[in-house]
Design a protein around this ligand. Structure first.
Ligand code: CAA
Length: 307
Protein backbone atom coordinates (compact mmCIF):
# COMPACT_ATOMS: atom_id res chain seq x y z
CA UNK A 1 0.00 0.00 0.00
CA UNK A 2 1.32 3.47 -0.85
CA UNK A 3 2.34 5.96 1.84
CA UNK A 4 -0.42 8.39 0.79
CA UNK A 5 -3.05 5.63 1.08
CA UNK A 6 -1.79 4.81 4.59
CA UNK A 7 -1.84 8.49 5.54
CA UNK A 8 -5.40 8.75 4.24
CA UNK A 9 -6.50 5.73 6.29
CA UNK A 10 -4.69 7.07 9.39
CA UNK A 11 -6.34 10.51 8.96
CA UNK A 12 -9.72 8.91 8.38
CA UNK A 13 -9.23 6.81 11.49
CA UNK A 14 -8.34 9.88 13.53
CA UNK A 15 -11.28 11.83 12.16
CA UNK A 16 -13.83 9.19 13.18
CA UNK A 17 -12.38 8.48 16.63
CA UNK A 18 -14.89 9.68 19.20
CA UNK A 19 -13.82 10.65 22.71
CA UNK A 20 -15.72 11.53 25.83
CA UNK A 21 -14.66 14.57 27.82
CA UNK A 22 -17.97 15.77 29.15
CA UNK A 23 -21.00 13.79 30.13
CA UNK A 24 -24.48 14.03 31.55
CA UNK A 25 -25.87 11.46 33.93
CA UNK A 26 -29.61 11.32 34.32
CA UNK A 27 -30.65 9.80 37.64
CA UNK A 28 -28.60 10.35 40.78
CA UNK A 29 -29.47 7.22 42.76
CA UNK A 30 -26.85 4.69 43.84
CA UNK A 31 -25.87 3.84 40.27
CA UNK A 32 -26.00 7.35 38.77
CA UNK A 33 -24.05 8.84 41.67
CA UNK A 34 -21.47 6.06 41.46
CA UNK A 35 -20.99 6.59 37.72
CA UNK A 36 -20.68 10.36 38.30
CA UNK A 37 -18.03 9.72 40.96
CA UNK A 38 -15.77 7.49 38.86
CA UNK A 39 -16.10 9.71 35.77
CA UNK A 40 -15.36 12.92 37.73
CA UNK A 41 -12.47 11.28 39.59
CA UNK A 42 -10.82 10.52 36.24
CA UNK A 43 -11.08 14.11 34.99
CA UNK A 44 -14.38 14.05 33.08
CA UNK A 45 -16.78 16.98 33.38
CA UNK A 46 -20.08 15.63 34.68
CA UNK A 47 -23.55 17.15 34.87
CA UNK A 48 -25.63 15.08 37.26
CA UNK A 49 -29.37 15.45 36.81
CA UNK A 50 -32.35 14.41 38.92
CA UNK A 51 -35.90 15.53 39.59
CA UNK A 52 -35.30 17.55 42.79
CA UNK A 53 -32.57 19.55 44.51
CA UNK A 54 -32.68 17.54 47.74
CA UNK A 55 -32.14 14.26 45.84
CA UNK A 56 -29.07 15.79 44.19
CA UNK A 57 -27.77 17.05 47.54
CA UNK A 58 -28.10 13.53 48.95
CA UNK A 59 -26.23 12.16 45.94
CA UNK A 60 -23.41 14.67 46.37
CA UNK A 61 -23.12 13.82 50.07
CA UNK A 62 -22.94 10.11 49.14
CA UNK A 63 -20.20 10.79 46.59
CA UNK A 64 -18.19 12.76 49.20
CA UNK A 65 -18.50 9.88 51.64
CA UNK A 66 -17.50 7.31 49.06
CA UNK A 67 -14.52 9.43 47.95
CA UNK A 68 -13.37 9.57 51.56
CA UNK A 69 -13.31 5.75 51.59
CA UNK A 70 -11.30 5.73 48.36
CA UNK A 71 -8.85 8.36 49.64
CA UNK A 72 -8.31 6.60 52.96
CA UNK A 73 -6.64 3.78 51.06
CA UNK A 74 -5.23 5.51 47.96
CA UNK A 75 -3.69 8.46 49.78
CA UNK A 76 -3.03 6.85 53.15
CA UNK A 77 0.42 8.47 53.32
CA UNK A 78 -0.58 11.86 51.95
CA UNK A 79 -3.89 13.14 53.40
CA UNK A 80 -3.37 16.59 51.85
CA UNK A 81 -3.21 15.09 48.37
CA UNK A 82 -6.24 13.01 49.25
CA UNK A 83 -8.20 16.13 50.15
CA UNK A 84 -7.09 17.76 46.89
CA UNK A 85 -8.33 14.69 44.99
CA UNK A 86 -11.74 14.99 46.65
CA UNK A 87 -11.95 18.75 45.95
CA UNK A 88 -10.95 18.31 42.29
CA UNK A 89 -13.39 15.43 41.81
CA UNK A 90 -16.30 17.33 43.35
CA UNK A 91 -15.42 20.38 41.21
CA UNK A 92 -15.95 18.24 38.11
CA UNK A 93 -19.58 17.59 39.09
CA UNK A 94 -22.34 20.09 38.35
CA UNK A 95 -25.96 19.38 39.17
CA UNK A 96 -29.26 20.32 37.56
CA UNK A 97 -32.92 19.35 37.68
CA UNK A 98 -33.41 20.04 33.96
CA UNK A 99 -32.49 17.13 31.65
CA UNK A 100 -32.62 19.39 28.58
CA UNK A 101 -29.93 21.63 30.11
CA UNK A 102 -27.81 18.70 31.30
CA UNK A 103 -27.19 17.40 27.78
CA UNK A 104 -26.49 20.57 25.77
CA UNK A 105 -22.70 20.12 25.71
CA UNK A 106 -22.42 16.43 26.57
CA UNK A 107 -20.32 14.02 24.51
CA UNK A 108 -22.07 11.17 26.33
CA UNK A 109 -25.34 10.81 28.22
CA UNK A 110 -25.74 7.92 30.64
CA UNK A 111 -29.26 7.24 31.86
CA UNK A 112 -29.65 5.56 35.25
CA UNK A 113 -33.30 6.19 36.14
CA UNK A 114 -36.11 3.84 37.16
CA UNK A 115 -36.30 0.47 35.34
CA UNK A 116 -39.43 1.28 33.36
CA UNK A 117 -39.32 1.09 29.58
CA UNK A 118 -41.98 3.73 28.91
CA UNK A 119 -40.34 6.21 31.32
CA UNK A 120 -36.90 5.65 29.77
CA UNK A 121 -38.32 6.04 26.24
CA UNK A 122 -40.03 9.30 27.24
CA UNK A 123 -36.79 10.65 28.69
CA UNK A 124 -34.69 9.75 25.63
CA UNK A 125 -37.35 11.15 23.27
CA UNK A 126 -36.90 14.51 25.03
CA UNK A 127 -33.10 14.29 25.25
CA UNK A 128 -32.93 13.51 21.53
CA UNK A 129 -34.38 16.96 20.82
CA UNK A 130 -31.92 18.86 23.01
CA UNK A 131 -28.63 16.98 22.74
CA UNK A 132 -26.25 17.83 19.89
CA UNK A 133 -26.15 15.37 16.98
CA UNK A 134 -22.69 14.14 18.12
CA UNK A 135 -23.90 13.08 21.59
CA UNK A 136 -23.81 9.37 22.38
CA UNK A 137 -26.72 7.98 24.42
CA UNK A 138 -26.27 5.05 26.78
CA UNK A 139 -28.58 3.32 29.21
CA UNK A 140 -27.46 1.66 32.42
CA UNK A 141 -30.51 -0.62 32.35
CA UNK A 142 -29.88 -4.00 33.93
CA UNK A 143 -32.61 -5.92 32.14
CA UNK A 144 -34.52 -3.93 29.51
CA UNK A 145 -33.68 -4.29 25.80
CA UNK A 146 -31.39 -1.49 24.61
CA UNK A 147 -32.96 -1.62 21.15
CA UNK A 148 -36.43 -0.89 22.55
CA UNK A 149 -35.10 2.14 24.45
CA UNK A 150 -33.06 3.35 21.44
CA UNK A 151 -36.13 3.16 19.21
CA UNK A 152 -37.52 6.23 20.99
CA UNK A 153 -34.72 8.29 19.38
CA UNK A 154 -33.49 9.04 15.88
CA UNK A 155 -29.89 8.09 16.78
CA UNK A 156 -29.84 4.29 16.98
CA UNK A 157 -26.25 4.40 15.65
CA UNK A 158 -25.23 6.47 18.68
CA UNK A 159 -27.09 4.34 21.21
CA UNK A 160 -25.70 1.53 23.37
CA UNK A 161 -25.89 -0.02 26.81
CA UNK A 162 -23.33 0.85 29.48
CA UNK A 163 -24.04 -1.37 32.44
CA UNK A 164 -22.25 -0.74 35.75
CA UNK A 165 -22.28 -2.78 38.95
CA UNK A 166 -23.02 -1.90 42.54
CA UNK A 167 -21.01 -0.44 44.30
CA UNK A 168 -19.76 1.37 41.19
CA UNK A 169 -16.59 2.80 42.77
CA UNK A 170 -15.46 -0.73 43.70
CA UNK A 171 -16.76 -3.07 40.98
CA UNK A 172 -14.34 -3.13 38.06
CA UNK A 173 -16.69 -4.37 35.36
CA UNK A 174 -18.67 -2.47 32.74
CA UNK A 175 -20.81 -4.29 30.20
CA UNK A 176 -20.78 -2.45 26.87
CA UNK A 177 -23.95 -3.54 25.16
CA UNK A 178 -23.78 -3.34 21.43
CA UNK A 179 -27.27 -3.26 19.93
CA UNK A 180 -27.69 -4.13 16.24
CA UNK A 181 -27.88 -0.40 15.39
CA UNK A 182 -24.83 0.72 17.44
CA UNK A 183 -22.05 1.98 15.18
CA UNK A 184 -18.50 0.64 15.37
CA UNK A 185 -17.16 4.12 16.33
CA UNK A 186 -19.63 4.45 19.19
CA UNK A 187 -18.88 0.94 20.44
CA UNK A 188 -15.13 1.65 20.37
CA UNK A 189 -15.64 5.01 22.07
CA UNK A 190 -17.55 3.37 24.93
CA UNK A 191 -14.90 0.67 25.31
CA UNK A 192 -12.23 3.43 25.50
CA UNK A 193 -14.33 5.50 27.89
CA UNK A 194 -14.81 2.51 30.22
CA UNK A 195 -11.05 2.00 30.35
CA UNK A 196 -10.48 5.75 30.85
CA UNK A 197 -12.63 5.66 34.00
CA UNK A 198 -10.61 2.73 35.35
CA UNK A 199 -13.05 -0.05 34.49
CA UNK A 200 -12.69 -3.31 32.62
CA UNK A 201 -15.21 -3.44 29.75
CA UNK A 202 -16.68 -6.59 28.24
CA UNK A 203 -18.70 -6.71 25.04
CA UNK A 204 -22.30 -7.93 25.18
CA UNK A 205 -25.11 -8.46 22.74
CA UNK A 206 -28.52 -6.98 23.48
CA UNK A 207 -29.90 -10.14 25.11
CA UNK A 208 -31.83 -10.42 28.44
CA UNK A 209 -29.49 -9.73 31.37
CA UNK A 210 -26.47 -9.33 29.06
CA UNK A 211 -23.75 -11.50 30.68
CA UNK A 212 -23.69 -10.94 34.45
CA UNK A 213 -27.38 -10.67 35.29
CA UNK A 214 -28.26 -13.54 32.94
CA UNK A 215 -26.23 -15.75 35.30
CA UNK A 216 -26.59 -13.88 38.59
CA UNK A 217 -30.37 -13.38 38.72
CA UNK A 218 -31.32 -17.06 38.07
CA UNK A 219 -28.66 -18.05 40.65
CA UNK A 220 -30.20 -15.75 43.28
CA UNK A 221 -33.72 -16.96 42.47
CA UNK A 222 -32.60 -20.59 42.67
CA UNK A 223 -31.19 -19.85 46.14
CA UNK A 224 -34.61 -18.55 47.22
CA UNK A 225 -36.24 -21.73 45.89
CA UNK A 226 -33.68 -23.85 47.79
CA UNK A 227 -34.59 -21.97 50.97
CA UNK A 228 -38.36 -22.14 50.25
CA UNK A 229 -38.11 -25.92 49.93
CA UNK A 230 -36.41 -26.04 53.32
CA UNK A 231 -33.22 -27.56 51.90
CA UNK A 232 -31.09 -25.08 53.84
CA UNK A 233 -31.41 -21.96 55.98
CA UNK A 234 -30.66 -18.64 54.29
CA UNK A 235 -27.76 -18.13 56.69
CA UNK A 236 -26.26 -21.51 55.76
CA UNK A 237 -26.78 -20.95 52.02
CA UNK A 238 -24.98 -17.57 52.34
CA UNK A 239 -22.11 -19.08 54.29
CA UNK A 240 -21.93 -21.99 51.84
CA UNK A 241 -21.49 -19.75 48.82
CA UNK A 242 -18.98 -17.48 50.58
CA UNK A 243 -16.80 -20.21 52.00
CA UNK A 244 -17.45 -22.91 49.41
CA UNK A 245 -17.42 -20.86 46.22
CA UNK A 246 -15.43 -17.77 47.26
CA UNK A 247 -18.26 -15.29 46.61
CA UNK A 248 -17.85 -12.02 48.58
CA UNK A 249 -21.54 -12.11 49.56
CA UNK A 250 -24.02 -14.96 49.86
CA UNK A 251 -27.09 -14.87 47.55
CA UNK A 252 -29.47 -13.54 50.25
CA UNK A 253 -27.01 -10.81 51.26
CA UNK A 254 -26.66 -9.93 47.60
CA UNK A 255 -30.44 -9.94 47.00
CA UNK A 256 -30.82 -7.48 49.89
CA UNK A 257 -27.89 -5.40 48.58
CA UNK A 258 -29.18 -5.18 44.98
CA UNK A 259 -32.80 -4.66 46.15
CA UNK A 260 -35.59 -7.23 46.15
CA UNK A 261 -37.83 -4.93 44.12
CA UNK A 262 -35.15 -4.70 41.42
CA UNK A 263 -34.71 -8.49 41.33
CA UNK A 264 -38.48 -9.02 41.15
CA UNK A 265 -38.78 -6.51 38.35
CA UNK A 266 -36.05 -8.27 36.35
CA UNK A 267 -37.42 -11.80 36.79
CA UNK A 268 -41.03 -10.73 36.08
CA UNK A 269 -39.93 -9.09 32.83
CA UNK A 270 -37.99 -12.14 31.68
CA UNK A 271 -40.83 -14.48 32.71
CA UNK A 272 -43.16 -12.48 30.49
CA UNK A 273 -40.71 -12.87 27.58
CA UNK A 274 -40.11 -16.59 28.12
CA UNK A 275 -42.90 -18.08 30.30
CA UNK A 276 -41.66 -21.65 29.71
CA UNK A 277 -38.10 -21.00 30.92
CA UNK A 278 -37.79 -22.51 34.46
CA UNK A 279 -34.81 -20.22 35.18
CA UNK A 280 -37.14 -17.23 34.86
CA UNK A 281 -39.86 -18.61 37.18
CA UNK A 282 -41.01 -15.90 39.66
CA UNK A 283 -40.71 -16.59 43.39
CA UNK A 284 -43.70 -16.47 45.74
CA UNK A 285 -41.52 -15.52 48.71
CA UNK A 286 -39.78 -12.71 46.83
CA UNK A 287 -43.18 -11.37 45.72
CA UNK A 288 -44.45 -11.41 49.32
CA UNK A 289 -41.42 -9.56 50.68
CA UNK A 290 -41.67 -6.88 47.98
CA UNK A 291 -45.43 -6.50 48.57
CA UNK A 292 -44.67 -5.97 52.29
CA UNK A 293 -42.24 -3.16 51.39
CA UNK A 294 -39.24 -5.24 52.43
CA UNK A 295 -36.92 -4.29 49.58
CA UNK A 296 -33.61 -5.11 51.26
CA UNK A 297 -30.89 -2.96 52.75
CA UNK A 298 -32.32 0.31 51.41
CA UNK A 299 -35.63 -0.14 53.31
CA UNK A 300 -34.03 -1.61 56.45
CA UNK A 301 -35.37 -5.13 55.86
CA UNK A 302 -35.35 -7.79 53.17
CA UNK A 303 -34.29 -11.35 53.84
CA UNK A 304 -32.36 -9.86 56.78
CA UNK A 305 -32.97 -6.89 59.08
CA UNK A 306 -30.64 -3.85 59.04
CA UNK A 307 -30.24 -1.03 61.52
N1 CAA B 1 -17.41 3.55 47.75
C1 CAA B 1 -16.09 3.45 47.89
N2 CAA B 1 -15.47 2.39 48.42
C2 CAA B 1 -16.25 1.38 48.84
C3 CAA B 1 -17.65 1.39 48.72
C4 CAA B 1 -18.24 2.55 48.14
N3 CAA B 1 -19.55 2.66 47.98
N4 CAA B 1 -18.14 0.21 49.20
C5 CAA B 1 -17.09 -0.50 49.61
N5 CAA B 1 -15.95 0.20 49.40
C6 CAA B 1 -14.59 -0.24 49.68
C7 CAA B 1 -14.33 -0.19 51.16
O1 CAA B 1 -13.88 1.08 51.58
C8 CAA B 1 -13.24 -1.23 51.30
O2 CAA B 1 -11.99 -0.66 50.93
P1 CAA B 1 -10.63 -1.18 51.61
O3 CAA B 1 -10.43 -2.56 51.08
O4 CAA B 1 -9.65 -0.21 51.10
O5 CAA B 1 -10.86 -1.13 53.07
C9 CAA B 1 -13.60 -2.27 50.23
O6 CAA B 1 -14.46 -1.60 49.29
C10 CAA B 1 -14.34 -3.43 50.82
O7 CAA B 1 -15.47 -2.97 51.53
P2 CAA B 1 -15.90 -3.42 53.00
O8 CAA B 1 -14.67 -3.75 53.79
O9 CAA B 1 -16.85 -2.42 53.54
O10 CAA B 1 -16.79 -4.70 52.81
P3 CAA B 1 -16.54 -5.98 51.95
O11 CAA B 1 -15.15 -6.43 51.99
O12 CAA B 1 -17.63 -6.90 52.37
O13 CAA B 1 -16.86 -5.52 50.46
C11 CAA B 1 -18.36 -5.29 48.68
C12 CAA B 1 -18.06 -4.93 50.11
C13 CAA B 1 -17.33 -4.62 47.75
C14 CAA B 1 -19.75 -4.74 48.36
C15 CAA B 1 -18.28 -6.86 48.51
O14 CAA B 1 -19.05 -7.47 49.49
C16 CAA B 1 -18.74 -7.33 47.15
O15 CAA B 1 -18.00 -7.29 46.19
N6 CAA B 1 -19.99 -7.82 47.09
C17 CAA B 1 -20.59 -8.29 45.84
C18 CAA B 1 -21.15 -7.13 45.10
C19 CAA B 1 -21.77 -7.53 43.81
O16 CAA B 1 -21.91 -8.70 43.46
N7 CAA B 1 -22.22 -6.51 43.06
C20 CAA B 1 -22.93 -6.73 41.83
C21 CAA B 1 -24.38 -6.68 42.09
S1 CAA B 1 -25.30 -6.93 40.64
C22 CAA B 1 -25.42 -5.44 39.96
O17 CAA B 1 -25.03 -4.43 40.46
C23 CAA B 1 -26.04 -5.39 38.62
C24 CAA B 1 -27.48 -5.22 38.51
O18 CAA B 1 -27.87 -4.75 37.47
C25 CAA B 1 -28.46 -5.74 39.49
Amino acid sequence: MSLSALTYIARRGMATKLTVKSMAIIGSGQMGAGIAQVAAATGHKVVLCDTAGDILEKAQAGIQKSLQRVVKKKYADDPEKGQEFITNTMANIETTTEPAKAVVTADLVVEAIVENLAVKQDLFRTLDKFAPAKTIFASNTSSLPITAIADSTKRQDKFAGLHFFNPVPVMKLVEVVRAPGTSQEVYECLMDFSKAIGKHPVTCKDTPGFLVNRLLVPYMLESVRLYERGDGSKEDIDVAMKLGAGYPMGPFELLDYVGLDTCKFIIDGWHELEPENPLFEPSQLLNELVAAGKHGKKTGEGFYKYN
